[in-house]
Design a protein around this ligand. Structure first.
Ligand code: HEC
Length: 140
């Protein structure tokens, strides 16, 4: 009959612990400074969005007011994008008010809209509302 002495279990566990600890502390991280800065800026933009009440008229991922269009994917829209959004913010049009944003607020907001664009697709034409008021995608 094969038996294992408690001291061998102890030694095995200690070696595993040491091996794991060394492997954790000697691991190299692929730290991406640029990505980190982009995320920080997008985080600031996420706060600029409610500061100027954009959500009262616009939707992100289909959520928000309905006076203006959904802006989730405006950043990658072939005819719109970065410069178009800047111009729209500065000059406004019809019910879209002109805003006097600081340059760094605009940059943060644009980074936020870039991140919503990269993370989701909220084309309202792809949704229908069912009898319970819930949305369903049309791509089934
Ligand atoms: C009072 C309501 C209102 C508020 C607040 C508002 N918008 Fe608008 N926005 C509109 C309307 C309405 C339009 C559509 C204008 C048109 O084409 O007639 C629009 C259009 C836009 C467009 C162009 C959309 C497109 O597809 O052409 C962008 C970009 C935009 N708004 C960004 C913003 C941002 C960013 C904020 C917050 C800083 C904001 N808006 C706040 C009403 C608003």
């Amino acid at each position: 009959m094969f038996t294992v002495a408690p001291k061998h279990i102890f030694i095995a566990l200690c070696s595993l612990f040491l091996f794991y600890t060394v492997s954790i502390y000697t691991r190299t991280y692929n730290y991406n400074h640029n990505k980190e800065m982009q995320l920080k800026l997008a985080g600031k933009g996420k706060l600029v969005w409610p500061k100027y009440n954009c959500q009262s008229c616009h939707q992100i991922y289909g959520l928000g007011g309905y006076l203006g269009p959904d802006l989730t994917n405006i950043y990658s829209h072939p005819k719109k994008g970065n410069q178009y959004i800047r111009t729209m913010l500065k000059s406004g049009i019809r019910q879209m008010p002109a805003f006097e944003l600081e340059e760094d607020e605009i940059n943060a907001l644009l980074e936020f809209l870039k991140s919503t664009d990269a993370s989701g697709n909220a084309d309202p034409s792809q949704f229908t509302v069912n009898e319970f008021g819930l949305t369903e995608t049309n791509e089934n």
